[in-house]
Design a protein around this ligand. Structure first.
Ligand code: ADP
Length: 449
């Protein structure tokens, strides 16, 4: 968008760093590729910021999976237990949300897994499934170093959890110990996956071309299908197809400084005030937890220079985290003649005088920040597509940012075309990937076992 013509040279000088060129995106892709290759290599993984964790998921579903499976989903906004019934393309799901109280989130690991076992018990009892032996798939969306499909050592807790005695331990063993302590459950966990793998598996069930899964929600991550011979970090040597899904943990891209060349003052402040300064640098450009705050910092800078709201600020606009990422979606969806939603937002934020020209500038800032986020996500996707070299790929996507932002999808389509020329791709929204995906992995495991 032509910043200078619409808003003048001073505004342009402040916002220019948010506007990246295709050369910049190509540089980003090249260094992401380097970091991914380092993550895959056994000799280089230790120092690679992108960890490229093996998932031990070897095959995508072929649509013939059938049976009843339990699934657990921990690590998103809620903890859920699900019963998934697969019968070819037909998928039936029944789920229940259980609360994890704060004292359990911050208590002992034993207490957490006893609580999870108790929730499984209540669910199974309610569904009259006590007599059956049920295979279970566990979507556990925290970084794990896996040693097998059903062996996952938690690297570090995130997202408000901090249970003692779990980091460095196998969460499947902890779950099975809790189940054994009770003695009244006939459940076996066959697989642990994270939400990206869930999204990929769930889309692959209906679309055989699906080979990449990405998350654009609170955080950002991606997984894809890699040739087995490239996966040097995987242990053991189970029979199966010569491929494995890799959980990239690409959010940590740039933690070695390789994205400093596109980092603005706004990004530096976001990082500095986060609980994980210096970490997850790529994720901080892109995901829902940070985008609103980047916009707020840019608006504050314009305002302090007398270029917005006649220089008038407010307590709310000066408060970290107060400009929500969902506002960015609302501003960009607003009517461009009278800006009713934008004016409503700033009324809530207690800015007294908001002109139409102010609204235009706010919208422009939101568009610059979300466009950069979408294009950087495209750079990530294009990097993976170019690396996989398949002629046609479906990319499964999950997360509220992608789901609810009015232009994210279109922007990603546009830029991926430029950055991954010659590859046919489409983005497919994943519906309930965490539940369905976990059941599908358990089903595939069941078939291979
Ligand atoms: P999670 O990633 O925790 O599983 P979600 O996919 O729902 O959960 O993502 C939550 C993130 O999405 C939050 O950071 C929030 O800011 C962002 N978000 C929620 N609603 C919207 C919206 N309408 N537009 C853009 N982002 C949104």
């Amino acid at each position: 968008p032509p910043t200078r013509r619409l808003f003048g040279r001073k505004v342009e000088n402040i916002l220019r760093p948010l506007d990246l060129s295709d050369d910049d995106y190509h540089t980003v892709m090249q260094s992401m590729l380097d970091q991914m290759e380092r993550g895959l290599g056994a000799a280089t993984n230790d120092t690679a910021p992108i960890k490229m964790y093996p998932t031990y998921v070897r095959a995508v579903p072929d649509g013939t999976e059938s049976g009843e499976f339990l699934a657990l989903d921990l690590g998103g906004t809620n903890f859920r237990v699900l019963l998934v019934t697969l019968k070819g393309q037909e998928v039936k799901m029944d789920s229940k949300i259980f609360l994890i109280p704060q004292h359990i989130m911050l208590g002992s690991g034993k207490h957490l897994f006893d609580h999870i076992a108790e929730c499984i018990y209540r669910f199974v009892k309610e569904h009259n499934l006590m007599e059956r032996k049920l295979p279970l798939g566990f979507t556990f969306s925290f970084p794990c170093r896996q040693k097998g499909l059903a062996r996952a050592m938690l690297t570090t807790w995130t997202k408000g959890f901090k249970c003692e005695g779990v980091e460095g331990h196998d969460i499947v063993a902890l779950l099975h110990e809790a189940i054994t302590r009770r003695g009244d459950l006939n459940v076996e966990c066959l697989a642990v996956i994270n939400d990206t793998v869930g999204a990929l598996m769930s889309c692959a069930h209906t679309d055989r071309k699906c080979a990449v899964g990405i998350i654009l929600g609170t955080g950002s991550n991606a997984c894809y299908i890699e040739k087995l011979e490239k996966v040097e970090m995987a242990e053991g040597n189970e029979p199966g197809p010569p491929e494995m899904l890799i959980n990239t943990e690409w959010g940590a891209f740039g933690d070695d400084g390789s994205l400093d060349f596109i980092t603005t003052d706004f990004d530096r402040q976001v990082d500095k005030h986060s609980i994980n300064a210096g970490k997850q640098r790529y994720e901080k450009f892109i995901s829902g937890m940070y985008m609103g705050e980047i916009v707020r910092l840019a608006l504050e800078k314009l305002r302090k220079n007398g270029l917005l709201f006649g220089g008038e600020g407010s307590y709310h606009m000066a408060t970290r985290g107060r400009f929500y990422t969902k506002y960015v979606s609302e501003v960009e969806s607003d009517d461009t003649d009278s800006f009713p939603m934008t004016k409503q937002i700033f009324q809530e934020l207690e800015i007294e005088t908001v002109t139409d020209q102010d609204c235009r500038l706010v919208r422009h800032v939101c568009a610059l920040v979300s466009r950069r986020a979408a294009f950087l996500s495209s750079a990530g996707v294009a990097c993976i597509l170019n690396k996989m070299k398949r002629p046609e790929v479906t990319v499964a996507v999950d997360g509220s940012l992608y789901r609810f932002h009015p232009h994210f999808h279109d922007l990603m389509m546009e830029k991926t075309r430029v950055l991954a020329p010659g590859i046919r791709y489409k983005f497919m929204l994943s519906e309930d990937g965490s539940g369905k995906g976990a059941a599908l992995v358990a089903a595939v495991a069941n078939r291979i076992l």
